[in-house]
Structures are given as structure tokens and as C-alpha cells.
Design a protein around this ligand. Structure first.
Ligand code: PLP
Length: 610
């Protein structure tokens, strides 16, 4: 069934709509709005990221169950292992949820930097795999040796020959246990989609076949072949189709079999990287994914089995590093709408003169005589008249009051016409949408909370938290509160977003931005000094929900502190400005300062909603 806002496309059964409200489809199924209001009742204002750890558990369970089923069905003799790539979301609540849910499976962590490696060393349960990708210096490699020494089952994946040379040096220099060694190979086949750059011969990472042979010789020469356990590739994030993966698997599978035949006896795993995609589309025509996890797992297991059969090689263990798939759905950004652009165009603000320009009189009668039958025609006339009136204003023939009256009348006509047509979306109204759009000002920074929208044009599903049983008739473009015109999610006629006409003087309106749990949080920028939003972890059981770890966004002094301002110096500076001001009496001094201090202790988002 078609659900509002394409929920059936991107929602993966995680949410449901009941009595016009968006609910979490889990146990007591609380409404998102009730959760948001609970958090606001604790005094937190501005945008909030809601985390749902049960959705992380769900993704981990799904990943393992599909692969284990495929392994069973194909009588595959390797085992399935997985690691979570920390770069996708390193926030403590996310890592905690992953480690908890992953324990029964021995789900591990993947690190791509020193700081991530420290997290992996601290939080991966001993016995679960740790893998390390990305560029490494000797210190980072030594950290890997220390992890092995601590008892971790750790694999350092080399991205180039130089890293292998460093491993050899550290092995000779230190008394520590040598970690397992993986080799990332540079495949001929690349991925697809906007994140496809990780695969193919132009890729940033990996060894060519010549380098692979060189590495093999080095391993033998330095008696490290017994540490070489894993072959690795990653063809890119958000794989839209499965064909490139199959090509990559064939290539990697054959390289694996060759290496086994050459005597790589310890080699026992193929790490197929990440890249499982997440559906972000809200419109059927915009779907991006052309495979299911079931098909994906079947293909991987079947293909590897076939290659090994042909080559007479034992089945390798299969390791995946999908991250987006694991965390994208767990986080929802809830942001209040602060303003509707056309809010200023209320009929009550109309100040008609005793004598008005003829076109304004025309608009008046269009407004008075508008009916369902003539609304489209009148709408066209009104928009034409507005163009003409704006031209007349530019030329100096009408004054500012006339212009304001014209704008109010036209907006009133638009609203009335849309209401009259709300159950009958005519193609003509759809064609007009771009000109009729309403702008919603959202208390959030898109640079901070959806940087991939800004950088790559990646759309995230948007849905209001309530009124889902009422028709949404306003073609919407969303503005964030940064002073940057790129902070806008424009109305896109190819994937239109319609929102409700709300009177924010008397009611509140919250938007949910969904599937933002992968990559967005640490990629987010502090443009205009908007910081990571407030967050809460929502645990749901059969009786209700509770919000753990409510953490408000940084206050203003903390934001400045992070920029290396000295908060005391900022305060002193303000204090002396107040003391020196000729407008502030000494009695008012303290009040002024304490008002400012109160503001400085609040988060940097806007507080104008109740
Ligand atoms: C980023 C990355 C991943 C995770 O990719 P997803 O698209 O999030 O699944 C896995 N492996 C490597 C090497 C990566 O760089």
C-alpha cells in the first residue's frame, strides 16, 4: 500500500503511521512526537538526534542471518565474519549499541585512523575481529602489534608495499606479537554510483597484481607468510547494483585461489569490504537499490563457492565491513519548523486603499469570486498580475503598500486554490508547484546534520511527525538557519515534497529527517558555529520508552572553546565592554552580565518555538 512520504520505500518497517502520527514500529510503538516532546519537557530546545539502538540490533541480526542462511543453503564450508567500520559513526552511544548487539556473533570493529584504532582496541571484545585499513605510519602499525599483544585478533590491511615494509621493520624491532596481515588489492572492476571511487584501477587504495607478487616475495623472505591471512577489497559505498560486486568477487576470488596455489597457506579469508546500500528514496521512480540483502548474500556465497570449486581450493571465510547498512536507520533528526515564509501574507494584514491600482482591484475580485471550477484559471491570472505589479513597482508606478497588498492577495488566492483542489491534484497544479512553493524555515543546520546533501546531493527522507492523516498541499522547500543559501533543500518537481499549511502562532510542526545515522554526524560541519545537535538514546519496551543519555548540544561558550577561544577571556572581554558602556548604569551592570551569561550557557540553535 502506498503510504505518506514513501514510507514503504525507505522505512524498512521501522516506522508506522497511526492516528496521523509517525510511530516507532517496535514493542509499545511510541509516537516520535511524544518522544520529542518528552525531551523538550526536560528543557532541551532545538534539533535533536534520536537514536534507536533496537534498529542497530535489527541490522546486525539481519546481516548475520542472511549470510548464515546462504552458507547453509549452499553447503559452503567457510564461516561468515563481520566488522563495523568505525568511520561510519563513532559516537559513543552507537559504538556501545554495536558492541552490545554484536557480542553473540563476535562482531568486530574496523579502524581507519589512530583514534579509531584506539576505540577498536578498547571496545572490541577479545576474540572478535579487529581490522585496520587506511594509511598507516610506523606508530600506527606498532599500535596494531600492541593490540595483538593484548590478545586481539587483529588484521592490519596493507594499502601499499611501504606499509608491509614498515610491518617487517616493527616485527624485527619489537618483541610484540605480529598481527595478522591483510592485503588490499586494486581490482580492475569498479563500483557504481556517487561513492564508486574506492574500486577500479584509479582507486586511492590497494596493490596492483605486480605489487601483490612483490609483497608475496617480501612475506616469504621475512618469514611472515604465516601471518598473511586475508585478502581485501572494497568497491565503494552505497552500491546501487550488484553486477559490479559480482565482477569484483570473480576477480578477487581468482586472485585468492592463485595465492593459495602459490603456497599462501595461512590465507583463509576474503574481506569483501562494505557498500551494502540503504534506500533513501521517497518516490518509487527514485529507488536506488536493485538487490536485496538475501540476493547479495546468496551471490557472494555462491560465487566464491563456484570459483573455489573450479580451482580446487578450500572455501575461504567471508568477511564484510558494511557500515552504512548497519547504522543509517538508527538515527532520526527531529527539527522544529520555525516559520513559513508566506506567514506574513495573512489576509488580516491587507491594507487596501480607498483607491487601488486596477490590477489590485482585479486581484480582489479574483479572490472574492474564486471557486473550485475557476480556481486554476484564476490562479494563472493572479500569478500573471503579480508579475505585472512587481514590474510596475520597479518602474515606480505603484508604491510599497500596493506591492504588499498584491503579494498578500496572490498568496491568499494560492492557498484557497490549493485547498479547493486538495483532493484532486490536477497536472496543471503540479506544473505550477514550483512557482507556488512554500518555504519552511527549519531549526537545524543542513551543513551539520546532512552534509552529504550539501556535498553530494544525497537526499534523505523527510516526513512530518504528525498530521499524516491530513493532506499536505504545500510544495515545500526547506531552509536551514545558517546564513548560507546552500542551506536549502529546494523543491524538486522530480521528487516533490509536500508539507502542511500550519499556523505556527498556534501550533507546532516538527519534521523528521530519516536514515541519517551513517556518515553524517562526524562529517557534519560547524558552519556558522552550529554544533552537533542534542541527542538522546531511546530504549523502547512493551510498556513505553525511556530516553537515556540525553545530551544537549554544546553551549555557546563550549562552541567558542572548541575553536580555541579562551572562554574566560571572552567573558572578561564582555564584562569590560559592559563596564565601559555609557548606556549601562552601574546598577544595570550585573543584570546585563547575568542575562548574557544565561544565554551563553544555552545551545547555539534557536529557541523561538515554545
Ligand atoms: C568506508 C569503508 C567501508 C564501509 O562502507 P559502507 O558503504 O559504509 O558499508 C568498508 N570498508 C572500507 C575499506 C571502507 O573504507
Amino acid at each position: 500500500m502506498q503510504q505518506p512520504y514513501g514510507l514503504e520505500i525507505w522505512g524498512d518497517q521501522n516506522f508506522l503511521i497511526r492516528d496521523g502520527k509517525a510511530h516507532i514500529n517496535y514493542k509499545s510503538s511510541p509516537a516520535l512526537l511524544d518522544i520529542a516532546n518528552h525531551i523538550r519537557s526536560e528543557g532541551i530546545r532545538g534539533p535533536v538526534i534520536l537514536r534507536f539502538p533496537h534498529l542497530i540490533t535489527k541490522q546486525i541480526d539481519t546481516l548475520y542471518s542472511h549470510f548464515n542462511r546462504a552458507i547453509d543453503e549452499n553447503s559452503y564450508r567457510g564461516v561468515f565474519k563481520a566488522v563495523y567500520p568505525l568511520k561510519v559513526n563513532q559516537y559513543p552511544e552507537v559504538v556501545r549499541a554495536i558492541v552490545d548487539a554484536g557480542k553473540p556473533y563476535r562482531y568486530g570493529l574496523e579502524a581507519g585512523s589512530k583514534a579509531e584504532l584506539i576505540l577498536a582496541m578498547a571496545y572490541t571484545p577479545i576474540g572478535s575481529p579487529v581490522t585496520v585499513n587506511g594509511f598507516k605510519d610506523e606508530e600506527m602499525i606498532t599500535m596494531g602489534f600492541l593490540a595483538a599483544q593484548m590478545g586481539h585478533s587483529i588484521t592490519l590491511t596493507i594499502e601499499g608495499i611501504g606499509e608491509l615494509e614498515s610491518i617487517i621493520e616493527v616485527a624485527e624491532k619489537t618483541p610484540y606479537r605480529v598481527p595478522n596481515i591483510g592485503i588490499r588489492i586494486r581490482l580492475h572492476s569498479g563500483g557504481s554510483g556517487i561513492w564508486a571511487k574506492s574500486g577500479g584501477m584509479q582507486a586511492k587504495f590497494g596493490l596492483t597484481s605486480t605489487e601483490l607478487l612483490e609483497a608475496f616475495d617480501l612475506l616469504i623472505k621475512h618469514r611472515l607468510l604465516s601471518r598473511f591471512t586475508m585478502l581485501h577489497f572494497h568497491i565503494g559505498s552505497q552500491m546501487e547494483e550488484i553486477a559490479p560486486l559480482k565482477r569484483a568477487l570473480r576477480e578477487a576470488g581468482n586472485i585468492y585461489a592463485e595465492l593459495k596455489r602459490m603456497g599462501a597457506d595461512a590465507l583463509r579469508a576474503i574481506n569483501i569490504g562494505g557498500g551494502l546500500s540503504v534506500e533513501y528514496a521517497q518516490h518509487p521512480a527514485k529507488r536506488v537499490r536493485n538487490y536485496s540483502l538475501k540476493e547479495f548474500a546468496n551471490d557472494v556465497v555462491f560465487l566464491l563457492g563456484e570459483i573455489m570449486k573450479t580451482k580446487g581450493v578450500e572455501h575461504p571465510n567471508i568477511v564484510t565491513e558494511s557500515g552504512r547498512f548497519i547504522t543509517a536507520s538508527h538515527a532520526v533528526l527531529v527539527a522544529p519548523v520555525l516559520e513559513l515564509f508566506s506567514h506574513d501574507y495573512q489576509e488580516r494584514s491587507l491594507k487596501l486603499k480607498s483607491e487601488n491600482p486596477p490590477l489590485i482591484e482585479e486581484l480582489r475580485s479574483l479572490n472574492d469570486l474564486l471557486t473550485s471550477g475557476n480556481s486554476i484559471e484564476f490562479l494563472h491570472d493572479a500569478l500573471d498580475h503579480l508579475e505585472s505589479l512587481l514590474k510596475l513597482f520597479e518602474l515606480g508606478y505603484i508604491d510599497l503598500q500596493d506591492r504588499s497588498n498584491a503579494e498578500i492577495l496572490v498568496h491568499t488566492i494560492i492557498k484557497k486554490a490549493l485547498y479547493l483542489k486538495k483532493n484532486n491534484q490536477l497536472p496543471e497544479v503540479e506544473r505550477l508547484q514550483e512557482r507556488l512553493q512554500e518555504r519552511y524555515l527549519v531549526n537545524s543546520s543542513f551543513f551539520q546534520s546532512m552534509p552529504d546533501y550539501w556535498g553530494l546531493g544525497q537526499q534523505f527522507p523527510v516526513m512530518p511527525l504528525d498530521r499524516l492523516d491530513q493532506s499536505a498541499i504545500r510544495a515545500a522547500s526547506l531552509w536551514d538557519i545558517t546564513c548560507d543559501s546552500d542551506g536549502e533543500i529546494g523543491f524538486n518537481p522530480g521528487a516533490p515534497l509536500y508539507l502542511h499549511d500550519v499556523d505556527l502562532d498556534t501550533e507546532e510542526y516538527f519534521l523528521g529527517f530519516f536514515n541519517i545515522g551513517a556518515y553524517q554526524e562526524t562529517l557534519g560541519m560547524h558552519h556558522n558555529l552550529f554544533s552537533h545537535p542534542s541527542e538522546a538514546t531511546v530504549e523502547i519496551d512493551d510498556d513505553g520508552f525511556c530516553c537515556n543519555n540525553m545530551d544537549e548540544a554544546e553551549d555557546i561558550l563550549e562552541i567558542l572553546d572548541n575553536l580555541e577561544y579562551d572562554p574566560d577571556a571572552v567573558l572578561n572581554q564582555l564584562e569590560s565592554r559592559i563596564a565601559e558602556s555609557e548606556f549601562i548604569t552601574s546598577e544595570e551592570n550585573r543584570d546585563t552580565l547575568s542575562t548574557l551569561k544565561r544565554y551563553l550557557a544555552q545551545n547555539g540553535y534557536l529557541r523561538t518555538t515554545k
